[in-house]
Design a protein. Structure first.
Length: 26
């Protein structure tokens, strides 16, 4: 459970960074 949660959290952070970078372009 802990490992899967950690991977999910890392993927969530990557998605947030990509969204923020897209907004910064605008």
């Amino acid at each position: 459970m802990i490992e899967s949660c950690g991977i999910f959290f890392l993927n969530f952070v990557k998605i947030i960074k990509t969204i923020l970078s897209k907004f910064r372009k605008f």
